[in-house]
Design a protein around this ligand. Structure first.
Ligand SMILES: Nc1nc2c(ncn2[C@@H]2O[C@H](COP(=O)(O)OP(=O)(O)OP(=O)(O)O)[C@@H](O)[C@H]2O)c(=O)[nH]1
Ligand SMILES: [Mg+2]
Length: 283
């Protein structure tokens, strides 16, 4: 089976540390991206949920299709959707957490999840201070650290990926900004796979070009995207890697529109082939 190979030392260390402290906690808060709640689940959550209660937060509800997000909220137990930038959905999350507060001390919890889903932003919102580092690239938080406010003692943890995940799973994460595109062979590969996915799933409105897309090659579509975004090199040719990067950035930031890549109970409509993705590199 192909291996996900972006598993730097801080992920292994973070996993060890979380396992060490879990017995001291009252609950775990797992953050997932509302646009792909299955693919963005934490590889640690199955084991952790056997030890402690878990609340799930679907971040970026502002970037998710409302109807499909509702299907997820109806399907997953103890799950809350939030727009963490606007603090929407926070009071319900706080209320759910405080139900676990023992009367004699603060409630102790860890915020866990894969990279770049909004763990540190959620933590800052819960403690009411911008203490934990937040940034829009995966891998900002590198260690397990404790933060405190009235009533809550919270652990921020680094984003942790499954070192055994299939390349297809990693591709979806690269489209959402939760994994580095280098791991799946670079932005061009990630963008070509995204174009194929959007075409196969009737999501053509998310492809920012004014050409007839039906039956068009993914490479031709990316070339047109590159021209639109001005990613040109000498001779007026398109820099495909840069075009892929601009397209992935526009998609993951939500500038191309709201999206849900997964529906509960449905298999992904595209079977990813590692050969389509190109070389998987060590990062
Ligand atoms: N639009 C939107 N952006 C969000 C939301 N939640 C988080 N973000 C953005 O996502 C990016 C990542 O947030 P972080 O809190 O650093 O994510 P993290 O999970 O701690 O990331 P790592 O520490 O790298 O694992 C930041 O640019 C946030 O502003 C949300 O609900 N909506
Ligand atoms: Mg963080």
């Amino acid at each position: 089976m192909p291996r996900t190979v972006w598993y730097p030392g801080h992920m292994a260390k973070g996993t060890r540390k979380l396992n060490e402290i879990v017995s001291k906690l009252d609950l775990i808060v797992e953050v997932r991206d509302a646009r792909a709640p299955a693919s963005t689940s934490s590889p640690l959550i199955k084991a952790l949920s056997k030890i402690k209660p878990v609340i799930h937060v679907l971040s970026r509800k502002d970037l998710a299709e409302t109807g499909k997000l509702k299907l997820w909220l109806d399907t997953l137990k103890f799950t809350y959707a939030a727009d963490l930038r606007k603090r929407e959905g926070l009071s319900a999350i706080k209320k759910a957490i405080l139900k676990f507060k023992p009367s004699h001390r603060e409630v102790r919890l860890a915020v866990v999840g894969i990279p770049n889903v909004g763990k540190s932003l959620l933590l800052n919102s819960l403690i009411g201070k911008s203490n934990a580092g937040v940034g829009n690239i995966p891998g900002i938080t590198k260690s397990v650290s404790w933060y405190k406010n009235e009533g809550m003692l919270i652990v921020d943890s680094p984003g942790i990926l499954d070192p055994h995940a299939e390349a297809g799973a990693h591709l979806i994460l690269s489209w959402l900004g939760c994994a580095k595109a280098e791991v799946v062979g670079g932005y061009e590969n990630a963008a070509l796979a995204l174009i194929k996915f959007l075409c196969a799933n009737a999501m053509l409105e998310l492809i920012p070009v004014n050409i007839e897309l039906e039956n068009e090659e993914a490479g031709t579509i990316l070339e047109n995207i590159g021209r639109k975004y001005g990613c040109l090199i000498s001779g007026g040719r398109v820099n495909f890697e840069l075009a892929g990067q601009k397209f992935i950035e526009a998609f993951s930031s939500g500038r191309l529109g709201a999206v849900c890549l997964e529906i509960p109970g449905e298999q992904r409509a595209v079977d990813f082939n590692i050969n389509d993705v190109g070389a998987v590199t060590v990062v």
